[in-house]
Design a protein around this ligand. Structure first.
Ligand SMILES: [Zn+2]
Length: 448
């Protein structure tokens, strides 16, 4: 007996052998994968309370979006064509957040993630308590850290530091869907002293650190000045502070040189590549080169959770343009980066990232029924080169079906969007009251 039996699927397991089962089935009991194998064999072995006959779908581990700020779904479209958008639009707007709006925006962000097949978000933001509430409500897994900044940003100071640490203490082991981590913002906004303190706390609490690294020239310049205490770059600063290493998830690493690359590789630091964000902002990161230097590279969308399948395709396109090599970042590499490699970086490879017996049941079904997915060939290539986020039919997180036939099961999508719009409206109004310069930027992004 099992709770859910998924049958007649093209199962891409992402297990160590890279097994793909053409007519496969998956048995789920509680929140775990009980068994996976050929449909005939598994169907004969288990009676299920619920059967999902996929007919023509690819089953694969749910995507792990390794760097996002889901509440930003209500901000991220503003000032899209501006230079230094982070400093000119995001930070001034983020000053206007109140917890209630952050919660509403996060519900819409979590819905966006799930509908596109992301079953785990690695989120870094202010008001993380509200985001945790929203993720639990919609049933998505969250690797969550409350943003800590010493200076410069919208929410800074010791109270935020304490909240970042308390968030970890409050949530550790409390809920199966929430895995807390520490989230200092970046080397230019968190003082070296605080970074050392946070590293000590991360060791004590046995949690990971998720932060931005080498994301702007402004950061590089500040770290090269007195702030960086003699460090030659943001990567070098983190190395001197002993923050680099396998317990660090570092988003971006755009402005790095050969020396930095070596430090990242030698220390086993995990780097998150967010291709659309860079391409739309007119910059790039050498992700293929990082991989070839032995660095574990993951995929994130930054800002809003967006479509992970689209992000995988953007990763392939940008790296091939950059290297001139059509084999750079293969579809298999990309799917690994968005699943099992991400799970390893989070220290959760025994629980997430592949469809294997005993692992948590976090998986998705992607339809192959439409013309663009046919003819059927290598399913990994089909996902990366042809699929659309909207082909995600089903998402299962912790053994629960949270998306069925392209619709959320926990909430009505219309109500979630309504709340997201309300949050956007309230936030922009307050932001303009605080800083009237924002009016033109915001209204320019939302013409009446
Ligand atoms: Zn970010």
């Amino acid at each position: 007996m099992c709770d859910i039996l998924i049958k007649n699927a093209y199962v891409v397991t992402m297990d160590p052998a890279g097994r793909v089962i053409q007519d496969g089935a998956i048995a789920i009991e509680g929140n775990r994968i009980l068994d996976v194998g050929p449909s005939k064999e598994i169907s004969a072995s288990y009676n299920a309370r619920e059967e999902i006959d996929t007919h023509d779908m690819i089953a694969l581990p749910g995507f792990i979006n390794a760097h996002t700020h889901i509440a930003m779904c209500v901000i991220s479209r503003i000032g899209r064509e501006l230079k230094d958008r982070l400093y000119r639009v995001y930070w001034p707007m983020e000053r206007a957040w109140i917890p209630e709006d952050c919660y509403k925006a996060s519900l819409m962000g979590a819905a966006e993630a799930l509908l596109f097949g992301t079953t785990c978000i690695v989120d870094h933001y202010f008001f993380m308590e509200e985001i945790a509430k929203a993720t639990i409500e919609l049933g998505i897994r969250g690797f969550l850290g409350h943003t800590i900044m010493t200076e410069d940003g919208p929410w800074v100071g010791r109270a935020e530091f304490e909240e970042g640490v308390n968030f970890v203490k409050r949530w550790k082991g409390k809920h199966p869907l929430v895995i807390p981590c520490l989230a200092p913002h970046a080397p230019d906004t968190v003082s070296p002293g605080w970074l050392m303190e946070l590293k000590e706390i991360a060791n004590e609490q046995n949690v990971k650190i998720h932060m931005h690294l080498s994301q702007s020239m402004r950061e590089v310049r500040k770290v090269k000045g007195p702030w960086g205490r003699g460090a030659r770059s943001p990567v070098d600063l983190l190395h001197r502070l002993k923050v680099l290493g396998p317990d660090l998830i570092a988003a971006h690493c755009i402005y790095i040189d050969e020396y930095d690359l070596k430090l990242l590789s030698q220390t086993g630091t995990n780097v998150v590549y967010c291709p659309s964000t860079y391409a739309l902002g007119g910059t790039y990161a050498s992700a293929d080169k990082m991989m070839k230097s032995g660095i574990r590279v993951l995929i994130g969308t930054d800002a809003r959770p967006a479509d992970m399948i689209g992000e995988l395709r953007a990763a392939a396109m940008t790296q091939r343009q950059l290297t001139g090599d059509p084999s750079a970042m293969s579809s298999k590499d990309l799917l690994r980066m968005a699943t099992i490699e991400a799970a390893k970086a989070l220290g959760l490879e025994d629980k997430l990232g592949s469809i294997e017996r005993g692992k948590l049941a976090d998986l998705i079904l992607v339809s192959m029924k439409k013309p663009h997915m046919n003819p059927r060939f290598d399913p990994c290539a089909n996902i990366v080169y042809n699929a659309l986020g909207s082909d995600v039919d089903t998402a299962i997180v912790d053994g629960k079906v949270v998306v069925r036939q392209g619709s959320l099961t926990r909430c009505d999508m219309g109500s979630v969007v309504k709340l997201g719009r309300e949050a956007a409206e309230a936030l922009t109004q307050r932001a303009i009251e605080i800083d009237s310069n924002l009016r033109q930027l915001i209204e320019g992004s939302h013409p009446p």
